[in-house]
Design a protein around this ligand. Structure first.
Ligand code: BG6
Length: 490
């Protein structure tokens, strides 16, 4: 593997994301030889840490995946800590000195990757100071990776984008949506564009509806403070779900390259029908978890009892909806989605329901044949299945539904690259295919804002689903009204 040379500066270097995802991902790239000798990492945060202490933290974060203690030590020797207050301009001078020193020491050719893993309130000020205080090099590449949330509505996202764009060009900005780094989300394009039998039927003539479920069994845990100001709509629909929909709905790109794919994704997102305020209720369902009904469950409290959550919170922890895409390919094909916390089971999957044959010719013809379903299992199981109607063994001509299934083995799944690992490598390669462009962010917020505004003007009777269920009954009703039902019922 070709060695990538870069200086990583991580803002929020003491944080949870850095420890859980970034350091392990950098280590995996190190193990695979993408990072070798010519790289260095500066971790910054407010608190005062020494390099030694920081390196211990790094080693601790990769404990489960290290080859040997010596290897971990060698990796960690590339890490440096710099206490940094993002609002203090002088601190950027110190950071610049250290950056230049490491650049020379490790011969990094001016390649810099700035990772903003902290509150978005600071994204603007950091990017401005990086430019004003000359941390951006003139040789080499300068790339900015930004974590979510990117604004909380269109206006705030636009403001944030303008702030960042004052210092970085769009092609230097890498907005993370970690779902785009998931193996099976990337597989959507492979299964569509690698198989004519699939792609030729991938339209409203053959597909009845598409169902996307992102189900989580955990509650908000210790993230109540953030979550109570966000809710499932902003936390999951604006980014992950609309991104998945754009990949499912887009036209085939001419090449699998960032510009081409992006153009098609944006076109698909622009075709998503915006609701009028009076259409929100008919198309969208929201929910909030209450205590579980099952006494044996470990955690019985409802959302309103969680830490840092208002006792009368109106925040939704569940959202389901029906999205329509007004273009030639998808006219009148509902894209249903649902996502929520404290649901019956953790699992993300996409079910594509094909249209029925026009006539049931078989002995069991008192009912229509079951629909063919193609399922893409995204996580924790990874794989595909296809349900087909076949002849039942016997003298007559009755049918039964068979499920052809391939699920990656637990070992394959465990060894497949982590989303963050892939995304960091993409960024090092200057490949922004699996990051979200500003136009995608803007279009998604415009869709979400209509719903949010409508919901914010109405009080709801929460909680309306029990922990451990699959959400409020209105989510079932959403499909029943159209003559469908959720295919996945854990
Ligand atoms: C994050 C949300 O973006 O995605 C979390 O903020 C959510 O609330 C998480 O739990 C889900 O990601 P994954 O990879 O566990 O499905």
């Amino acid at each position: 593997n070709t060695e990538k040379k870069a200086l990583f500066t991580i803002f929020g270097g003491t944080g949870d994301l850095a420890k859980r995802k970034l350091y392990p991902s950098l280590y995996r790239l190190y193990k695979k030889g993408y990072l070798k000798k010519q790289f260095a990492v500066i971790g910054t945060a407010r608190r005062e840490w020494t390099d030694d202490f920081y390196r211990e933290i790094v080693i601790d974060s990769i404990r489960d995946i290290t080859d040997s203690p010596e290897h971990a030590l060698k990796f960690a020797s590339h890490f440096y800590y710099q206490s940094h207050n993002v609002t203090d301009v002088n601190h950027y001078d110190t950071l610049k000195k250290l950056s230049n020193k490491l650049d020379e020491e490790y011969q990094l050719n001016g390649n810099r990757l700035f990772y903003l893993a902290m509150s978005p309130n600071f994204f603007g000020i950091i990017s401005q100071n990086l430019k004003d205080r000359d941390l951006i090099t003139t040789c080499g590449f300068n790339r900015l990776i930004i974590e979510k949330p990117f604004g909380h509505d269109f206006e705030s996202a636009l403001k944030l984008n303008n702030q960042i764009r004052a210092s970085f060009e769009e092609n230097q900005i890498y907005r993370i949506d970690h779902y785009l780094g998931k193996e099976m989300v990337q597989n959507i394009s492979a299964v569509r564009f690698g198989n004519y039998i699939i792609e030729s039927m991938w339209n409203s003539r053959y597909i009845d509806n598409i169902q996307i479920t992102l189900s989580e069994s955990l509650g908000v845990e210790e993230r109540g403070g953030y979550y109570d100001t966000s809710g499932a709509l902003r936390d999951m629909l604006q980014n992950h779900i609309l991104q998945i929909i754009s990949l499912l709905a887009m036209e085939p790109p001419t090449r699998l390259e960032d510009k081409e794919i992006r153009t098609e994704k944006i076109k698909a997102l622009r075709a998503v029908r915006l609701f009028e305020p009076n259409e929100v209720t008919g198309h969208m369902v929201r929910g909030q978890y209450g205590p579980s009904l099952d006494d044996s469950s470990e955690n019985l409290n409802g959302y309103r009892e969680e830490i840092n959550v208002a006792p009368d919170s109106q925040t939704e922890t569940f959202v389901a909806g029906k999205i329509l895409i007004d273009n030639f390919r998808w006219m009148d094909v509902p894209f249903y989605f649902r996502t929520g916390k404290r649901l019956a089971k953790k699992g993300t999957q996409i079910d594509i329901e094909f249209k029925n044959v026009p006539l049931n010719l078989f002995d069991n013809n008192d009912e229509p044949l079951p629909a063919n379903i193609l399922t893409i299992y995204i996580q924790p199981t990874e794989g595909f299945s296809l349900e087909l109607n076949t002849k039942k063994i016997g003298l007559g001509l009755e049918t039964e539904t068979l499920k052809l299934e391939h699920k990656h083995s637990a070992e394959t799944t465990a060894n497949s690259p982590e989303a963050y690992e892939k995304l960091i490598l993409d960024c090092l390669n200057g490949d922004s295919t699996n990051f979200t462009h500003w136009d995608e962010v803007a279009t998604s917020w415009k869709f979400v804002d209509v719903i949010r505004e409508h919901w914010d003007n109405e009080t709801v009777n929460f909680p309306n689903y029990a922990s451990g269920s699959m959400g409020p009954t209105a989510s079932e009703q959403l499909l029943i009204t159209d003559g469908f039902k959720w295919h996945w019922c854990p």
